[in-house]
Design a protein around this ligand. Structure first.
Ligand SMILES: [Zn+2]
Ligand SMILES: [Zn+2]
Length: 137
């Protein structure tokens, strides 16, 4: 069983199984997911249960594709699903809770990858970045 939730906790999903994760670097996924890339996986629609689905809002990012997110906190909850539903649903990996044993199976639209995410040799910190107070443009 895998579980996901939005930042405010209003929307939750549970799925029996998940596919590997596909990371999408396109500009739409970056904006929708709120990061350097979107990360998504596939579940079977009939194996997914929602809690608080009434808090989901959706946006058609292209004529046949729809994304949904929590209307309270904005967390991306699904990827660009076909409006005509099939037996699968694309869920947003950013919403996953806990340490899920999943693997990234592909990176797509890498031609759209931002240069700032590509040129990254910055130091890593286990806690918060100690330079926030002095960070200036
Ligand atoms: Zn929320
Ligand atoms: Zn994308």
């Amino acid at each position: 069983m895998i579980e996901g939730s939005c930042l405010c906790g209003a929307v939750r999903f549970r799925a029996m199984r998940m596919s590997g994760i596909v990371v999408c670097h396109c500009s739409m996924c970056r904006k929708a997911a709120g990061g350097a890339a979107g990360a998504f996986f596939v579940a079977r629609r009939d194996e997914v249960t929602w809690e608080g689905a009434e808090h989901l809002a959706s946006y058609k990012s292209s004529p046949t594709l729809e994304r949904s997110f929590c209307s309270r906190c904005g967390t991306a909850m699904t990827g660009a699903n076909l409006i005509e539903p099939d037996e699968t649903i694309i869920l947003a990996a950013n919403a996953l809770d806990g340490d899920i044993a999943a693997r990234i199976v592909a990176h797509e639209h890498v031609g759209s990858k931002t240069s700032w995410a590509d040129n990254d040799d910055a130091p890593h910190f286990r806690g918060p970045y100690p330079g926030w107070e002095s960070l200036r443009p």
